[in-house]
Design a binder for this molecule. Structure first.
Ligand SMILES: [Zn+2]
Ligand SMILES: [Zn+2]
Ligand SMILES: [Zn+2]
Length: 334
């Protein structure tokens, strides 16, 4: 199949007009792609969102031959009695979000992404919550930690010290701040705080490793990593007023494509590489959860003076340097 169909009255090979007696839309080509800012307009309509949901549900079953939904079946599943109106909305989705196949209509990857975004509730407001203290402990002072959900971020929250992060939008005592949609948090702050803590911090650690390898965990785009060294670091009161963190240096990562990113402890980005992975194992960590985060965020480090952005970790096995220069490179200490 080619996308280079001649202009003019080339016949549509999929056309079966008259067979159903309904007004099926004419397929639009890739040249009619929607710009990203139109994505929300697409799902801003109940009928269009419903079409995507029906097709997405169909696409989540195992057999690829059943992905496609015939026009009439799709219209009935959506519950739109007006065929012309239904056809109009389906037409808005054709091309970028939905494709027409000989057997019917099937959702495309950007359509799935839209449904996932809506269903994960990323745009809904969430009510703040704090758990009872858990068995997990603060990597700064050793006191028990609670799990807080504030402004759409899950934090490990120390019940005793001022925490590692001192930003306005974070709760007092924050040791971490990880974005999570309300649907992913659910009632777990109260019902299963430790599981939530491990799930979210485990995800953070996996994503940090992907950033460390140079690829965006969200879209696969190229990642830029910059060392954020604090010039007048003072963490005697927990976090520093100058940089807002307990670490003298963090890495700012950002996807060049989708802007996904944030601030990450340098060691979290290389915790799957020697000698950090051995140091994690020696600390008794055999899976990525809160403990893995706490160990990597708690290792002492300092910025190495020189022309290059290098930090040095003092691991139990000895000192090791990380060069953060776009890519993240581990370098044995000289
Ligand atoms: Zn503490
Ligand atoms: Zn990205
Ligand atoms: Zn500082």
């Amino acid at each position: 199949m080619s996308d280079d169909a001649p202009l003019g009255d080339a016949p549509d090979p999929d056309s079966k007009s008259g067979v159903t007696g309904e007004e099926e839309p004419v397929a639009v080509g890739r040249e009619n792609r929607q710009p990203p800012e139109d994505s929300f307009a697409v799902v801003g309509n109940e009928t269009r969102l419903s079409i995507l949901r029906v097709l997405h549900e169909r696409a989540s079953i195992g057999d690829r031959s059943e992905y496609s939904v015939p026009f009439t079946e799709l219209r009935e599943a959506v519950g739109e009695p007006d065929s012309g109106k239904f056809s109009y909305h389906l037409n808005q989705l054709l091309g970028e979000f939905v494709e027409k196949r000989p057997e019917g209509y099937a959702i495309r990857y950007p359509g799935k992404e839209l449904v996932r975004t809506v269903e994960s509730g990323a745009v809904e407001a969430a009510s703040p919550a704090v758990s009872e203290p858990t068995d997990a402990s603060c990597y700064l002072c050793g006191a028990p930690i609670a799990v807080a959900y504030t402004n759409g971020y899950v934090s490990a929250q120390c019940t005793s010290c001022s925490g590692a992060l001192g930003f306005d939008y974070m709760p007092e005592g924050a040791l971490s701040s990880i974005p999570a949609p309300p649907a992913a948090v659910g009632t777990d702050v109260d019902a299963a705080p430790e599981e939530l803590l491990n799930r979210l911090h485990g995800r953070f650690c996996h994503r940090a490793r992907m950033f460390g390898d140079g690829g965006c965990p969200r879209c696969g785009g190229r990642v830029d990593a910059t060392l954020r060294a604090c010039s007048s670091h003072d963490d005697s009161d927990g976090h520093c007023d100058e940089c807002g963190t307990a670490l003298p240096a963090t890495v700012h990562v950002s996807c060049e494509v989708c802007s996904e990113g944030g601030i990450v402890p340098p060691a979290a980005m290389v915790s799957h590489r020697t000698p950090f992975r051995e140091a994690l194992a020696a600390a008794g960590v055999d899976r990525l959860g809160y403990d893995a985060f706490a160990v990597t965020a708690g290792w002492p480090l300092h910025v190495v003076d020189g022309d290059e952005p290098v930090v040095e970790y003092d691991l139990p096995s000895g000192p090791v340097r990380i060069l953060v220069d776009g890519d993240t490179t581990i370098r044995p200490v000289e």
